[in-house]
Design a protein around this ligand. Structure first.
Ligand code: NIG
Ligand code: FE
Length: 426
């Protein structure tokens, strides 16, 4: 048993064990003079320090040193398994090339696919575990990890096996997603029937195999003009649902195509990106259980002058989550607190809205809001300690790493020494 005391604030995010909406997002439930007791990997109690010190007199103490204690961040959208970075595309975009144009020339996702196919599982595992450690160093305790740079059965299974090894060997909680529908592979684009054949192979071979091997909890599709159409996305996700997997959708990222409505129609757990969502899409999400996951780092990094309409979504009543979209093409950052900065400064969210979107609603976007995302009795002891007096400093010191330590299931995960903290090193 551990008793966390002497936090300047305990940001509990406590409340209903489901996604928060509208005015519910206005209160992330901050306690002062509070303590948190954990036992056997779960939160045992949270409340006034004096009371908990009496109740858990025998517990080992963790002195929070006047810092902010909160639920670990839940990053519900990443492509954290990849080979080489793609920095050359950043300069191409600066010179006027568009993201989709780079993809049409065989770069973009295709470049990562070529590279990933040439690497073995061991090498990918080594690269991904380093990147996971960096995500954890910024306060993240749950990471969704997508496949999608293999685009053949064997290469996709290779990626998902890496995800499984990560979840067995690392403390961070991993949620694996099959994204075989990330692109139409170049070899399939080369023949007239290739495109339809690839969709058929996803539906009748790849999804059933991934489900049978228990390698993914979600299936995702990049539904976007020029990639998968709404019709193709519908047939792929219907097959996934039939195989017993949960659904996600890259929807209305760059151009509107009705992706948000499709996600709602199919009962997807989340619709992600949404920078180009229509009014109908906003209304559909607001009236549904589907979480609207916003990824402001992507639009920033692509140099777009537009962001997802977070205020309209929240005011319509949609359940908004935030995530990094960590990937080599459009969002090469492991810094989740930086995404909170963008949420407040670009998406015009309040700090409370941003914090709940990155914890409780991130968990809801992964179907685990009943056990992850809040400091409340019975929830998993997934905690993050930040070198701040006030939680509003988290989005404020933008780009900084203020994370001092994290715990996952009650066990220390990332720990930063005093010297590293002073120097600002992860
Ligand atoms: O979420 N949009 C599709 N997938 C990723 C980008 C992947 C890549 O460019 O490698 C995204 O932005
Ligand atoms: Fe993505």
């Amino acid at each position: 048993m551990l008793l966390f005391t002497n936090a300047s604030q305990v940001v509990t995010c406590a409340g209903p064990a489901r996604a928060r909406r509208a005015s519910e997002l206005g209160d992330c439930a901050i306690l002062t003079n509070a303590a948190v007791a954990i036992d056997g990997g779960a939160i045992a109690g949270v409340g006034p320090r004096d009371e908990l010190e009496q109740r858990y007199a025998g517990a080992e103490r963790v002195d929070c040193g006047g810092r902010v204690l909160m639920p670990g961040l839940v990053d519900s959208h990443t492509h954290a398994i990849f080979g080489k970075p793609r920095y050359e595309e950043q300069e191409l975009r600066a010179a006027g090339a568009d993201y989709m144009e780079i993809a049409r020339r065989g770069g973009g996702i295709h470049a990562s696919v070529r590279d990933l196919r040439s690497r073995d599982e061991e090498e990918l595992y080594g690269l991904a575990s380093g990147r996971l450690a960096r995500l954890a160093a910024y306060g993240t305790t749950t990471v969704e990890v997508k496949s999608g740079y293999g685009l053949t059965l064997d290469d996709e299974l290779k990626m998902l096996r890496v995800a499984r090894r990560l979840s067995e060997s690392q403390q961070v909680r991993i949620v694996p997603t099959f994204l075989g529908a990330h692109e139409i592979p170049l070899e399939a684009r080369a023949t007239p029937a290739g495109r339809a054949d690839y969709v058929t192979s996803l539906v009748s071979a790849m999804i059933p195999r991934v489900a049978a091997d228990g390698l993914a909890q979600f299936v995702d599709v990049f539904c976007e003009p020029g990639v998968f159409t709404v019709e193709e996305s519908r047939s792929i996700l219907s097959a996934a649902r039939q195989a017993g997997l949960h659904l996600k959708l890259h929807a209305d990222e760059l151009r509107p195509s009705g992706g948000a409505q499709l996600a709602v129609e199919l009962g997807a757990t989340s619709a992600d990106h949404l920078a180009a969502i229509s009014h109908d899409g906003i209304r559909a999400l607001a009236a549904s259980e589907t979480v609207a996951t916003l990824l402001p780092g992507t639009m920033l990094f692509l140099g777009k002058d537009r962001q997802a309409p977070a205020r309209a979504l929240i005011e319509a009543g949609a359940a908004v989550a935030l995530a990094t979209d960590f990937n080599p093409g459009t969002s090469p950052t492991t810094n989740f607190p930086l995404i909170l900065t963008l949420a407040v400064s670009q998406l015009r969210m309040s700090v409370s809205e941003a914090i709940l979107a990155a914890t409780v609603n991130g968990a809801a976007a992964l179907g685990i809001a009943d056990r992850v995302g809040q400091i409340a009795p019975g929830f998993s002891a997934d905690l993050a300690l930040f070198d701040c007096d006030d939680v509003r400093e988290l989005p404020y010191w933008y780009g900084d790493n203020r994370c001092r330590a994290t715990w996952v299931r009650g066990l220390a995960c990332h720990v930063r020494t005093e010297a590293q903290a002073r120097a600002g090193n992860a």
